[in-house]
Write a protein of this length. Sequence first.
Length: 559
Amino acid sequence: MLRSLTIRDFVTVSALDVDFAAGFTVLTGETGAGKSILLDALGLLLGDRFDVGQLRAGAERAELAATFDVGDVPTAAVWLTDQALAADGTDVLLRRVLDAQGRSRAWINGRPATLAQLKTLGEMLVALHGQHAHQTLGQSETQRALLDAFGGFTTLTAEVNARWRAWRSAVERRDAAQSAAVATASEREFLEERRRELAALAVTEAEWRDLATAQSRLAHAAELIGLATEAAGALVDADDSLATRLAQLLARLRAAVAHDAALGAVVALLEPAHIELAEAARALRDYQRHLDLDPGELARVETRLAALHEVARKHRVKPEALPTLLAETEARLAALSESADATALAERAEKAERDYRDAATQLSKKRRFHGNELAHRVTAALQALAMTGGRFEVSLAPLGNPASHGMDDVEFRVTAHPKQPVGPLARVASGGELSRIALALSVVASEAGSVPTLVFDEVDSGIGGGVAATVGQLLQALGATRQVLCVTHLPQVAAFADAHYRVAKAGTADGVTSEVVPLAAADRIEELARMLGGAAITAKTRAHAGELFAQHRRGVAPP
């Protein structure tokens, strides 16, 4: 249930805080006063897209917040826990900030949230029935979605869609393999030859690195041996080697220590250097002994490198990439082998079709059963909405070709008079009849659903008189088990409400702003009088409004 709504700098609202209670609540006011602004703000909190034009003139950003009680919505509580968005208690706080650069940020219980998360949670908390619902009611997809939502099997509908896409994908792979059979054979022959060549070469990344290192070393072996001999001589072997000169220097310094002990530190630094010179000389001799001058080994390495370079040039890759090319070739051959298995591909397509038809058959059965129930309940609602003798039917006709939404063509059919045959709703219903049918569908769908808060935005447009009173009575009855919010221009509907808010637009020093005022009983009568009589409110109009209010309060039997 929606507990509160907070709006800052949104459209014509500067600052607004509204608390809501259970039952049936109406919002009324002059045309253009901003009644739908509250519903637009609520829609944004439930994942709708933001438009910069919704910012209040001169404002840098708008802030919206709403608190819901999800104590009676276990699915929402579980979802919040799964998403790590739950908080202590049963209240949920939704908040959204929108700025002049078109950016938007959202939070659920103080934690950052995405629009997708807001929308998913919103579908569990609020059902919105818009004022233009009847304009799309003639569309096949709208009728199908209404039936599926009424029956509560939208998850099965999504499963049918997924299986249909899997089936089509399997068929496309099967057909593509058949049409590309010749090209596939040619490609396979080329890949097989390349695989044999690369496999015979048997090069690895480690071998390529080792060969390159060995080739460089062997090609410069004589130069390296000469350098090692020269270096060893300079270090220790020559008469004036570094080791000899350092030894002489150390001897003189040690003798000098007797005259000045401070030189002992210098001696301590030089003694390790003397030892390290000898170690370096030994390492150079070892290097000389192990350095291979074998011309045959150099020829072998260079022959191997030449073979690798030749194959690499042939396939237009670097030599070090040859092992990767072999792996890619083998993977492509495996994929071609799989795609070339016409029997396996055909079996997969057949299984995908069976899976689809199994789910679509279940969906058809559910649509047929719940279609009869929907027709019965909407027909009953139409009688109350001054369409006596009207009849509503849900027709299911098998499609020539299965589709993503199932194997049925769903069509709403109606007649407004008992002596007329039923026909497609889009062709036989007038504008006023469409409005009443849309309202009947909204009420019936809401009764069957589990969403705790129902919002009706001027769904009573196009009706009046006794029918309007029936609409109010229906919404009041819904308010006994759900929270119902309704924007209306009809006093006959507003009189049935448990709570009444008046939306008014006023001029201020900062521009025009909209305000929402909760009405006490006397104020409600005054507002009903305004709705009945317009600008000129007389004592007679007030009396009529008072009578209307007294008759339609909850608990009062209808006259």
